[in-house]
Design a protein around this ligand. Structure first.
Ligand SMILES: Nc1ncnc2c1ncn2[C@@H]1O[C@H](COP(=O)(O)OP(=O)(O)OP(=O)(O)O)[C@@H](O)[C@H]1O
Length: 451
Protein backbone atom coordinates (compact mmCIF):
# COMPACT_ATOMS: atom_id res chain seq x y z
CA UNK A 1 0.00 0.00 0.00
CA UNK A 2 1.66 3.28 -1.05
CA UNK A 3 2.17 5.63 1.90
CA UNK A 4 1.51 9.32 1.67
CA UNK A 5 2.52 12.06 4.09
CA UNK A 6 0.28 15.14 4.06
CA UNK A 7 1.76 18.30 5.53
CA UNK A 8 -0.97 20.88 5.97
CA UNK A 9 -1.82 23.30 8.78
CA UNK A 10 -5.52 23.48 7.96
CA UNK A 11 -6.54 20.56 10.19
CA UNK A 12 -10.04 20.03 8.79
CA UNK A 13 -8.82 20.06 5.22
CA UNK A 14 -5.94 17.75 6.07
CA UNK A 15 -8.22 15.27 7.81
CA UNK A 16 -10.74 15.29 4.97
CA UNK A 17 -8.00 14.63 2.48
CA UNK A 18 -6.58 11.87 4.68
CA UNK A 19 -9.98 10.13 4.96
CA UNK A 20 -10.52 10.34 1.23
CA UNK A 21 -7.10 8.94 0.37
CA UNK A 22 -7.38 6.13 2.93
CA UNK A 23 -10.68 5.14 1.26
CA UNK A 24 -8.82 5.00 -2.02
CA UNK A 25 -6.36 2.50 -0.58
CA UNK A 26 -3.42 4.66 0.51
CA UNK A 27 -1.74 4.71 3.89
CA UNK A 28 -1.85 8.33 5.04
CA UNK A 29 -0.28 10.31 7.88
CA UNK A 30 -0.52 14.01 8.63
CA UNK A 31 2.00 16.53 9.89
CA UNK A 32 0.77 20.04 10.65
CA UNK A 33 4.13 21.80 10.43
CA UNK A 34 7.37 21.32 8.50
CA UNK A 35 9.02 20.21 11.76
CA UNK A 36 6.38 17.54 12.34
CA UNK A 37 6.66 16.47 8.71
CA UNK A 38 10.42 16.03 9.09
CA UNK A 39 9.95 13.91 12.21
CA UNK A 40 7.48 11.62 10.43
CA UNK A 41 9.80 11.27 7.49
CA UNK A 42 12.53 10.18 9.85
CA UNK A 43 10.33 7.60 11.54
CA UNK A 44 8.71 6.04 8.48
CA UNK A 45 9.14 5.36 4.80
CA UNK A 46 6.76 7.28 2.56
CA UNK A 47 6.21 7.00 -1.16
CA UNK A 48 4.97 10.53 -1.63
CA UNK A 49 4.73 13.86 0.19
CA UNK A 50 1.82 16.21 -0.37
CA UNK A 51 2.62 19.53 1.26
CA UNK A 52 1.08 22.94 1.63
CA UNK A 53 3.32 25.76 0.46
CA UNK A 54 2.91 28.07 3.43
CA UNK A 55 3.18 26.41 6.79
CA UNK A 56 3.40 28.04 10.22
CA UNK A 57 7.11 27.35 10.80
CA UNK A 58 8.59 27.29 7.29
CA UNK A 59 7.85 26.88 3.60
CA UNK A 60 6.87 23.44 2.32
CA UNK A 61 9.50 23.94 -0.41
CA UNK A 62 12.20 23.22 2.20
CA UNK A 63 11.16 19.58 2.21
CA UNK A 64 12.06 19.22 -1.45
CA UNK A 65 15.70 19.78 -0.61
CA UNK A 66 15.39 17.28 2.27
CA UNK A 67 13.94 14.67 -0.04
CA UNK A 68 16.65 15.12 -2.71
CA UNK A 69 14.12 13.89 -5.26
CA UNK A 70 14.03 10.41 -3.73
CA UNK A 71 10.34 10.71 -2.98
CA UNK A 72 8.06 12.84 -5.13
CA UNK A 73 6.84 16.01 -3.47
CA UNK A 74 3.59 17.58 -4.64
CA UNK A 75 2.97 21.15 -3.59
CA UNK A 76 -0.56 22.34 -2.71
CA UNK A 77 -0.99 26.04 -3.40
CA UNK A 78 -3.56 28.79 -3.38
CA UNK A 79 -4.36 30.12 -6.84
CA UNK A 80 -2.27 33.24 -6.33
CA UNK A 81 0.87 31.31 -5.50
CA UNK A 82 1.52 29.72 -8.86
CA UNK A 83 4.85 31.48 -9.28
CA UNK A 84 6.09 29.97 -5.99
CA UNK A 85 4.86 26.61 -7.21
CA UNK A 86 6.96 27.06 -10.32
CA UNK A 87 9.98 27.84 -8.12
CA UNK A 88 9.19 24.66 -6.21
CA UNK A 89 9.14 22.67 -9.44
CA UNK A 90 12.47 24.12 -10.44
CA UNK A 91 13.82 22.92 -7.11
CA UNK A 92 12.62 19.42 -7.86
CA UNK A 93 8.97 19.20 -6.77
CA UNK A 94 7.17 16.63 -8.88
CA UNK A 95 4.18 18.88 -9.54
CA UNK A 96 1.78 21.31 -7.90
CA UNK A 97 -1.96 21.39 -7.47
CA UNK A 98 -4.01 24.53 -6.87
CA UNK A 99 -6.50 24.60 -4.05
CA UNK A 100 -9.41 24.05 -4.13
CA UNK A 101 -9.02 20.86 -6.12
CA UNK A 102 -11.33 18.03 -7.05
CA UNK A 103 -10.83 14.50 -5.70
CA UNK A 104 -10.23 13.30 -9.27
CA UNK A 105 -7.49 15.89 -9.79
CA UNK A 106 -5.55 14.92 -6.67
CA UNK A 107 -5.90 11.19 -7.39
CA UNK A 108 -4.63 11.69 -10.92
CA UNK A 109 -1.57 13.62 -9.86
CA UNK A 110 -0.77 11.15 -7.05
CA UNK A 111 -1.17 8.19 -9.41
CA UNK A 112 1.10 9.76 -11.95
CA UNK A 113 3.77 10.69 -9.36
CA UNK A 114 3.79 7.18 -7.90
CA UNK A 115 3.94 5.47 -11.24
CA UNK A 116 6.95 7.48 -12.31
CA UNK A 117 8.87 7.23 -9.01
CA UNK A 118 12.10 5.65 -10.09
CA UNK A 119 13.78 4.56 -6.90
CA UNK A 120 13.08 2.18 -4.08
CA UNK A 121 13.08 4.07 -0.84
CA UNK A 122 14.69 3.09 2.39
CA UNK A 123 13.46 4.47 5.67
CA UNK A 124 15.50 4.75 8.81
CA UNK A 125 13.89 1.54 9.97
CA UNK A 126 15.06 -0.13 6.83
CA UNK A 127 11.60 -0.71 5.49
CA UNK A 128 11.40 -0.60 1.80
CA UNK A 129 8.56 0.38 -0.43
CA UNK A 130 9.47 -1.64 -3.49
CA UNK A 131 8.35 -0.17 -6.72
CA UNK A 132 6.12 -3.16 -7.32
CA UNK A 133 3.91 -2.09 -4.44
CA UNK A 134 3.19 1.22 -6.07
CA UNK A 135 0.46 2.04 -8.52
CA UNK A 136 0.72 0.26 -11.85
CA UNK A 137 3.03 2.07 -14.17
CA UNK A 138 1.55 4.19 -16.91
CA UNK A 139 2.26 2.99 -20.40
CA UNK A 140 5.52 4.74 -21.05
CA UNK A 141 5.79 7.10 -23.96
CA UNK A 142 9.34 7.93 -23.06
CA UNK A 143 11.15 4.77 -23.99
CA UNK A 144 14.12 5.34 -26.19
CA UNK A 145 13.31 4.33 -29.72
CA UNK A 146 9.62 5.07 -29.64
CA UNK A 147 10.54 8.69 -30.28
CA UNK A 148 12.55 7.93 -33.37
CA UNK A 149 15.53 9.91 -32.22
CA UNK A 150 17.53 10.78 -35.29
CA UNK A 151 21.04 11.77 -34.24
CA UNK A 152 23.83 9.34 -35.13
CA UNK A 153 24.66 8.93 -31.41
CA UNK A 154 21.07 7.96 -30.56
CA UNK A 155 20.79 5.62 -33.52
CA UNK A 156 23.93 3.82 -32.42
CA UNK A 157 22.62 3.60 -28.88
CA UNK A 158 19.32 2.27 -30.15
CA UNK A 159 21.13 -0.36 -32.18
CA UNK A 160 23.16 -1.49 -29.16
CA UNK A 161 20.07 -1.63 -26.95
CA UNK A 162 18.37 -3.79 -29.58
CA UNK A 163 21.34 -6.15 -29.64
CA UNK A 164 21.90 -6.53 -25.91
CA UNK A 165 18.28 -6.46 -24.70
CA UNK A 166 17.30 -10.03 -25.66
CA UNK A 167 20.45 -11.51 -24.09
CA UNK A 168 20.96 -12.09 -20.38
CA UNK A 169 24.15 -10.04 -20.25
CA UNK A 170 24.66 -7.58 -17.44
CA UNK A 171 24.92 -4.04 -18.75
CA UNK A 172 26.74 -1.12 -17.22
CA UNK A 173 25.08 2.12 -18.33
CA UNK A 174 27.14 5.28 -17.99
CA UNK A 175 26.35 8.89 -18.74
CA UNK A 176 25.84 12.29 -17.15
CA UNK A 177 22.91 12.91 -14.86
CA UNK A 178 19.61 13.30 -16.73
CA UNK A 179 20.75 11.63 -19.95
CA UNK A 180 18.26 8.77 -19.61
CA UNK A 181 20.19 5.94 -17.97
CA UNK A 182 17.17 4.64 -16.14
CA UNK A 183 14.98 5.04 -19.23
CA UNK A 184 17.57 2.95 -21.09
CA UNK A 185 17.56 0.25 -18.40
CA UNK A 186 13.78 0.04 -18.54
CA UNK A 187 13.92 -0.12 -22.29
CA UNK A 188 16.34 -3.07 -22.13
CA UNK A 189 14.04 -4.86 -19.70
CA UNK A 190 10.96 -4.17 -21.81
CA UNK A 191 12.64 -5.62 -24.88
CA UNK A 192 13.85 -8.75 -23.12
CA UNK A 193 12.11 -12.01 -22.43
CA UNK A 194 11.85 -10.87 -18.84
CA UNK A 195 9.48 -8.04 -19.74
CA UNK A 196 6.49 -9.73 -18.14
CA UNK A 197 8.41 -10.07 -14.87
CA UNK A 198 9.35 -7.34 -12.35
CA UNK A 199 11.75 -4.49 -13.03
CA UNK A 200 13.06 -3.37 -9.65
CA UNK A 201 15.11 -0.19 -9.37
CA UNK A 202 17.36 0.42 -6.38
CA UNK A 203 19.22 3.63 -5.68
CA UNK A 204 22.48 2.34 -4.21
CA UNK A 205 23.40 5.85 -3.05
CA UNK A 206 20.35 5.93 -0.78
CA UNK A 207 21.03 2.69 1.10
CA UNK A 208 22.82 3.08 4.42
CA UNK A 209 25.76 0.66 4.66
CA UNK A 210 24.31 -1.28 7.57
CA UNK A 211 21.00 -1.86 5.78
CA UNK A 212 22.34 -2.87 2.39
CA UNK A 213 22.25 -6.64 2.96
CA UNK A 214 18.72 -6.49 4.27
CA UNK A 215 17.79 -4.32 1.29
CA UNK A 216 19.26 -6.80 -1.21
CA UNK A 217 18.51 -10.10 0.49
CA UNK A 218 15.68 -9.39 2.94
CA UNK A 219 15.45 -10.44 6.57
CA UNK A 220 13.36 -12.34 9.07
CA UNK A 221 11.45 -10.55 11.80
CA UNK A 222 13.62 -10.02 14.88
CA UNK A 223 16.90 -10.86 13.14
CA UNK A 224 18.29 -7.45 14.17
CA UNK A 225 17.06 -4.39 16.05
CA UNK A 226 14.54 -2.66 13.86
CA UNK A 227 13.60 -5.81 11.90
CA UNK A 228 9.99 -5.52 12.95
CA UNK A 229 8.60 -7.62 10.12
CA UNK A 230 9.81 -10.19 7.62
CA UNK A 231 11.13 -8.39 4.59
CA UNK A 232 11.58 -9.46 1.00
CA UNK A 233 14.83 -8.15 -0.45
CA UNK A 234 15.18 -6.68 -3.91
CA UNK A 235 16.81 -9.86 -5.30
CA UNK A 236 13.78 -11.91 -4.37
CA UNK A 237 11.40 -9.18 -5.50
CA UNK A 238 13.09 -9.08 -8.90
CA UNK A 239 13.22 -12.87 -9.27
CA UNK A 240 12.66 -13.84 -12.90
CA UNK A 241 13.02 -10.20 -13.91
CA UNK A 242 15.57 -7.39 -13.84
CA UNK A 243 17.31 -5.65 -10.98
CA UNK A 244 18.47 -2.14 -11.84
CA UNK A 245 21.17 -0.80 -9.52
CA UNK A 246 21.37 2.94 -9.96
CA UNK A 247 24.44 4.88 -8.79
CA UNK A 248 26.21 1.58 -8.22
CA UNK A 249 29.49 3.42 -7.62
CA UNK A 250 28.03 4.61 -4.31
CA UNK A 251 27.63 1.11 -2.95
CA UNK A 252 29.80 0.81 0.18
CA UNK A 253 32.87 -1.37 -0.38
CA UNK A 254 31.82 -3.95 2.24
CA UNK A 255 28.53 -4.50 0.48
CA UNK A 256 30.15 -4.98 -2.91
CA UNK A 257 31.45 -8.43 -1.94
CA UNK A 258 27.99 -9.54 -0.79
CA UNK A 259 26.55 -8.41 -4.09
CA UNK A 260 29.24 -10.21 -6.06
CA UNK A 261 28.70 -13.41 -4.14
CA UNK A 262 24.95 -13.35 -4.76
CA UNK A 263 25.54 -12.75 -8.46
CA UNK A 264 28.00 -15.60 -8.75
CA UNK A 265 26.08 -18.12 -6.69
CA UNK A 266 22.66 -17.05 -7.95
CA UNK A 267 21.42 -17.87 -4.51
CA UNK A 268 20.61 -15.70 -1.50
CA UNK A 269 19.69 -16.10 2.14
CA UNK A 270 17.54 -13.66 4.08
CA UNK A 271 19.25 -12.27 7.17
CA UNK A 272 18.33 -14.49 10.10
CA UNK A 273 17.32 -17.42 7.90
CA UNK A 274 19.12 -20.64 7.07
CA UNK A 275 17.09 -21.29 3.94
CA UNK A 276 18.83 -20.64 0.64
CA UNK A 277 16.70 -19.24 -2.16
CA UNK A 278 17.59 -19.59 -5.83
CA UNK A 279 17.32 -16.33 -7.70
CA UNK A 280 17.32 -15.69 -11.41
CA UNK A 281 17.92 -11.99 -11.88
CA UNK A 282 19.39 -9.97 -14.71
CA UNK A 283 21.50 -7.10 -13.46
CA UNK A 284 21.58 -3.69 -15.09
CA UNK A 285 23.60 -0.94 -13.44
CA UNK A 286 24.08 2.78 -13.95
CA UNK A 287 26.63 5.29 -12.82
CA UNK A 288 27.64 8.81 -13.69
CA UNK A 289 31.14 8.37 -12.38
CA UNK A 290 34.00 6.58 -14.08
CA UNK A 291 34.07 3.22 -12.33
CA UNK A 292 37.47 2.42 -13.78
CA UNK A 293 38.86 5.33 -11.78
CA UNK A 294 36.99 4.08 -8.70
CA UNK A 295 38.60 0.65 -9.25
CA UNK A 296 42.03 2.24 -9.61
CA UNK A 297 41.53 4.24 -6.44
CA UNK A 298 40.44 1.13 -4.56
CA UNK A 299 36.88 2.31 -3.97
CA UNK A 300 35.26 -0.26 -6.24
CA UNK A 301 36.06 -3.97 -6.49
CA UNK A 302 37.58 -4.93 -9.80
CA UNK A 303 35.95 -8.39 -9.85
CA UNK A 304 32.51 -6.84 -9.34
CA UNK A 305 33.22 -4.23 -11.99
CA UNK A 306 33.89 -6.96 -14.57
CA UNK A 307 30.85 -8.94 -13.46
CA UNK A 308 28.60 -5.90 -13.95
CA UNK A 309 30.24 -4.77 -17.15
CA UNK A 310 29.63 -7.68 -19.53
CA UNK A 311 28.43 -5.00 -21.91
CA UNK A 312 28.61 -1.25 -21.52
CA UNK A 313 26.45 1.50 -22.90
CA UNK A 314 27.54 5.11 -22.85
CA UNK A 315 24.53 7.44 -23.02
CA UNK A 316 25.50 10.60 -24.87
CA UNK A 317 24.97 14.02 -23.32
CA UNK A 318 22.25 16.08 -24.93
CA UNK A 319 24.80 18.46 -26.40
CA UNK A 320 26.36 15.55 -28.28
CA UNK A 321 23.06 14.65 -29.89
CA UNK A 322 21.78 18.02 -31.00
CA UNK A 323 20.02 16.29 -33.88
CA UNK A 324 17.46 14.95 -31.40
CA UNK A 325 16.56 18.33 -29.99
CA UNK A 326 13.56 18.99 -32.25
CA UNK A 327 12.05 15.55 -31.63
CA UNK A 328 12.55 15.81 -27.89
CA UNK A 329 11.24 19.38 -27.66
CA UNK A 330 8.12 18.47 -29.58
CA UNK A 331 7.60 15.36 -27.53
CA UNK A 332 7.87 17.26 -24.24
CA UNK A 333 5.57 20.00 -25.57
CA UNK A 334 2.92 17.41 -26.35
CA UNK A 335 3.31 15.68 -22.98
CA UNK A 336 3.23 19.00 -21.06
CA UNK A 337 0.18 20.23 -23.01
CA UNK A 338 -1.64 17.05 -22.05
CA UNK A 339 -0.51 17.09 -18.48
CA UNK A 340 -1.31 20.75 -17.86
CA UNK A 341 -4.39 20.74 -20.06
CA UNK A 342 -3.02 23.42 -22.38
CA UNK A 343 -2.93 24.00 -26.10
CA UNK A 344 0.45 25.69 -26.62
CA UNK A 345 1.24 25.63 -30.32
CA UNK A 346 5.04 25.91 -30.44
CA UNK A 347 8.01 28.19 -29.82
CA UNK A 348 9.19 31.50 -31.25
CA UNK A 349 12.36 31.58 -33.31
CA UNK A 350 14.28 33.25 -30.44
CA UNK A 351 13.34 30.35 -28.16
CA UNK A 352 14.51 27.81 -30.73
CA UNK A 353 17.77 29.75 -31.07
CA UNK A 354 18.32 29.54 -27.31
CA UNK A 355 17.45 25.85 -27.26
CA UNK A 356 20.01 25.21 -29.95
CA UNK A 357 22.79 27.30 -28.43
CA UNK A 358 22.36 26.35 -24.77
CA UNK A 359 24.65 23.68 -23.26
CA UNK A 360 21.99 21.66 -21.37
CA UNK A 361 24.20 20.57 -18.45
CA UNK A 362 21.17 18.80 -16.93
CA UNK A 363 20.56 17.00 -20.23
CA UNK A 364 17.14 15.58 -21.16
CA UNK A 365 15.77 16.08 -17.66
CA UNK A 366 16.58 19.78 -17.78
CA UNK A 367 15.03 20.14 -21.24
CA UNK A 368 11.89 18.41 -20.04
CA UNK A 369 11.64 20.69 -16.98
CA UNK A 370 12.26 23.85 -18.99
CA UNK A 371 9.50 22.97 -21.43
CA UNK A 372 7.05 21.98 -18.74
CA UNK A 373 7.66 25.22 -16.90
CA UNK A 374 7.32 27.27 -20.10
CA UNK A 375 4.02 25.57 -20.98
CA UNK A 376 2.77 26.31 -17.49
CA UNK A 377 3.71 29.98 -17.73
CA UNK A 378 2.29 30.54 -21.22
CA UNK A 379 -1.41 31.32 -21.58
CA UNK A 380 -1.85 30.31 -25.20
CA UNK A 381 -0.13 30.52 -28.58
CA UNK A 382 3.64 30.21 -28.78
CA UNK A 383 6.19 30.04 -26.01
CA UNK A 384 8.32 33.18 -25.93
CA UNK A 385 11.62 34.08 -24.24
CA UNK A 386 9.81 35.37 -21.13
CA UNK A 387 8.76 31.83 -20.27
CA UNK A 388 12.35 30.57 -20.13
CA UNK A 389 14.40 30.61 -16.91
CA UNK A 390 16.88 33.48 -16.87
CA UNK A 391 19.90 31.21 -16.43
CA UNK A 392 19.18 29.71 -19.83
CA UNK A 393 18.83 33.03 -21.55
CA UNK A 394 22.00 34.32 -19.93
CA UNK A 395 24.03 31.34 -21.05
CA UNK A 396 27.65 32.32 -21.12
CA UNK A 397 29.38 32.26 -24.47
CA UNK A 398 33.07 32.27 -25.03
CA UNK A 399 34.50 34.71 -27.47
CA UNK A 400 37.63 33.51 -29.17
CA UNK A 401 38.43 36.82 -30.88
CA UNK A 402 41.15 39.09 -29.59
CA UNK A 403 38.66 41.56 -28.22
CA UNK A 404 39.03 44.76 -26.27
CA UNK A 405 39.42 44.89 -22.49
CA UNK A 406 35.72 44.88 -21.68
CA UNK A 407 35.21 41.89 -23.92
CA UNK A 408 37.98 40.02 -22.14
CA UNK A 409 36.51 40.89 -18.80
CA UNK A 410 33.20 39.59 -20.02
CA UNK A 411 34.71 36.39 -21.28
CA UNK A 412 36.60 35.86 -18.04
CA UNK A 413 33.43 36.39 -16.08
CA UNK A 414 31.55 33.92 -18.28
CA UNK A 415 34.20 31.26 -17.80
CA UNK A 416 34.09 31.66 -14.03
CA UNK A 417 30.30 31.59 -14.11
CA UNK A 418 30.28 28.41 -16.18
CA UNK A 419 32.80 26.75 -13.89
CA UNK A 420 30.78 27.69 -10.82
CA UNK A 421 27.58 26.41 -12.41
CA UNK A 422 29.17 23.08 -13.18
CA UNK A 423 30.83 22.75 -9.81
CA UNK A 424 34.24 23.32 -11.42
CA UNK A 425 33.85 20.36 -13.75
CA UNK A 426 35.84 21.50 -16.77
CA UNK A 427 34.26 19.11 -19.27
CA UNK A 428 30.82 20.28 -18.32
CA UNK A 429 31.85 23.93 -18.25
CA UNK A 430 33.33 23.56 -21.74
CA UNK A 431 30.05 22.08 -22.92
CA UNK A 432 28.12 24.89 -21.36
CA UNK A 433 30.35 27.43 -23.04
CA UNK A 434 30.19 25.40 -26.22
CA UNK A 435 33.89 25.20 -26.70
CA UNK A 436 36.22 22.23 -26.62
CA UNK A 437 37.94 21.33 -23.38
CA UNK A 438 41.19 22.36 -24.97
CA UNK A 439 39.87 25.86 -25.73
CA UNK A 440 38.63 26.16 -22.18
CA UNK A 441 42.04 25.15 -20.78
CA UNK A 442 43.70 27.67 -23.11
CA UNK A 443 41.38 30.45 -21.97
CA UNK A 444 41.89 29.53 -18.31
CA UNK A 445 45.63 29.73 -18.68
CA UNK A 446 45.33 32.87 -20.85
CA UNK A 447 43.49 34.64 -18.05
CA UNK A 448 45.64 32.94 -15.44
CA UNK A 449 42.56 31.79 -13.58
CA UNK A 450 43.18 29.89 -10.38
CA UNK A 451 40.54 27.17 -10.81
N1 LIG B 1 14.79 9.07 -24.81
C1 LIG B 1 14.03 9.75 -23.98
N2 LIG B 1 12.82 10.14 -24.36
C2 LIG B 1 12.04 10.85 -23.55
N3 LIG B 1 12.34 11.20 -22.30
C3 LIG B 1 13.52 10.82 -21.85
C4 LIG B 1 14.43 10.08 -22.65
N4 LIG B 1 15.55 9.86 -21.93
C5 LIG B 1 15.33 10.46 -20.73
N5 LIG B 1 14.12 11.03 -20.66
C6 LIG B 1 13.55 11.75 -19.53
O1 LIG B 1 14.59 12.47 -18.90
C7 LIG B 1 14.52 12.34 -17.46
C8 LIG B 1 15.81 11.75 -16.95
O2 LIG B 1 15.92 10.39 -17.36
P1 LIG B 1 16.58 9.28 -16.41
O3 LIG B 1 16.03 9.38 -15.00
O4 LIG B 1 16.47 7.98 -17.10
O5 LIG B 1 18.08 9.83 -16.41
P2 LIG B 1 19.33 9.31 -15.59
O6 LIG B 1 20.48 9.41 -16.50
O7 LIG B 1 19.01 7.97 -15.00
O8 LIG B 1 19.43 10.41 -14.48
P3 LIG B 1 20.24 10.34 -13.06
O9 LIG B 1 21.67 10.06 -13.38
O10 LIG B 1 20.07 11.71 -12.49
O11 LIG B 1 19.58 9.25 -12.26
C9 LIG B 1 13.30 11.48 -17.16
O12 LIG B 1 12.24 12.30 -16.79
C10 LIG B 1 13.01 10.78 -18.49
O13 LIG B 1 11.65 10.58 -18.63
Amino acid sequence: MPKILIIEDDTTFAQMLQKFLIKKGYGVEIGFTVKEGRQKLKQNAFDLVLTDLRLPDAEGIELITDMQQKVPVIIMTGYAEVSSAVTAMKKGAYDYISKPFTPEAVLKIIGSALSTTPKTETSQKGQVAPRENLEPQQPSSKIIGSLNLVSPASKKLEEYIGLVAPTDMSVLITGESGTGKEVTAKSIHDRSERSGRPFIAVDCGAIPKELASSEFFGHLKGSFTGAINDKVGTFEAANGGTLFLDEVGNLPYDNQIQLLRALQERRIRRIGSTKEIDVDVRILTATNEDLKVAVKEGRFREDLYHRLNEFSLQIPSLIDRQGDLVVLVEHFLEVSNKRLNKGITGFTKEVWDIFESYGWPGNIRELQNVIQRAVLLTGDGEITLEALPTEIIETPTVNNDNGDISKSEFEKEQIIKALKRTNYNKSKAAKLLQVTRKTLYNRISHYDLDV
